[in-house]
Design a protein. Structure first.
Ligand code: SAM
Length: 302
């Protein structure tokens, strides 16, 4: 553990303002941290990180950058998949002794494709309170800006690396009626997209979100087939990526008859321009074209 004196004043700094952070109640706090932009940290996260007796980090050097940015002099210790067997029980003993422990991963929300699940299990088994301190996660950042349906989504994490296992996993996911959200390494992006196009369908709409919250943030929205072709040609992109894939059935271009029926239905319920905007949102077609078509339909229907 780093050796910050027990009685050092606990607090954090934002700009010129130094704010005290009293120790939180004894508990295991699961603290979400930024996925790139260090300003994406909640005030509560800073309070808990500054006030906790111990900050358990996936990598203390990575978390130190965030702590330094807010002048937090926390007592840090490592908790990751390679030392969980020894570090877990040590943290549980500290919690049982009435200490507060904040668990963080390198970026985003701990336990989301990151260490922490075993520690939460152990804490709950020991009767210790577990408290989420929510904040950034690459999955939700990508989903919300993907342009794909967000009413139901399935977080699929990382796909298996081996082609056979990846294929089986994709088959198991293919009929889920929700937007699928995957984490992937940039090196495997092109292969993963090709496998998705193969198993889920080349026409399914998808979005690759890259370098979210960072200077070179980018969203590429197309079909799985187009995205697979793009990255096969362009090679591995720089930075981190999330892939979002539309639910089955969302993708095929809407048939003219379907669009007319949708426009008639919406046009009966709301003004034409609003109906066209709503239909554009639902179909991905251009609003002006839909507006023109609705005017034609209204004229024809009398
Ligand atoms: N716990 C983290 C969270 O809540 O987002 C995820 C950790 S997981 C080990 C790392 C993966 O998250 C990366 O491979 C990438 O797929 C995704 N990721 C994390 N930060 C990202 C960013 N800034 N832009 C795009 N993807 C990101």
């Amino acid at each position: 553990m780093s050796n910050t004196p027990e009685n050092a004043p606990r607090g954090y700094q934002i700009g010129q303002a130094w704010l005290p952070a009293p120790p939180p109640d004894p508990a295991l706090y699961l603290v979400a941290t930024p996925i790139g932009n260090l300003a994406d940290v909640t005030i509560r996260a800073l309070q808990v990180l500054a006030g906790a007796d111990i900050v358990a980090c996936e990598d203390t050097r990575v978390t130190r950058v965030l702590l330094d940015r807010y002048a937090i002099r926390a007592k840090t210790t490592a908790y990751h998949e390679h030392n969980a067997t020894s570090a877990g029980p040590r943290l549980i003993r500290a919690l049982e002794a009435g200490k507060s422990v904040a668990l963080v991963s390198d970026a985003g929300t701990p336990l989301v494709s990151d260490p922490g699940f075993r520690l939460v299990e152990q804490a709950l088994a020991a009767g210790i309170r577990v408290v989420p301190v929510p904040g950034p996660s690459a999955a939700l950042a990508a989903l919300t800006a993907s342009g794909l349906p967000s009413d139901a989504f399935f977080f699929a994490g990382f796909l298996p690396v081996k082609a056979g296992a990846r294929h089986s996993r994709l088959e198991a996911l293919s009929a889920i009626p929700a937007t699928l959200v995957f984490y992937e390494s940039p090196r495997r992006l092109a292969d993963a997209l090709a496998a998705m196009a193969d198993v889920l369908g080349a026409d399914r709409a998808a979005t690759v979100g890259r370098e979210l919250t960072k200077a070179f943030e980018e969203f590429r929205r197309a079909t799985l087939g187009e995205l697979a072709a793009h990255y096969a040609k362009a090679g591995a992109p720089k930075g981190e990526v999330v892939i979002c894939v539309a639910p089955p059935g969302e993708t095929a271009a809407p048939q003219a008859g379907d669009v007319d029926a949708l426009l008639r239905e919406l046009g009966a319920e709301m003004p034409a321009s609003k109906a066209a905007a709503e239909a554009a949102r639902m179909t991905g077609l251009a609003k002006q074209d839909l507006f023109r078509r609705l005017v034609e339909l209204k004229a024809a229907d009398g």
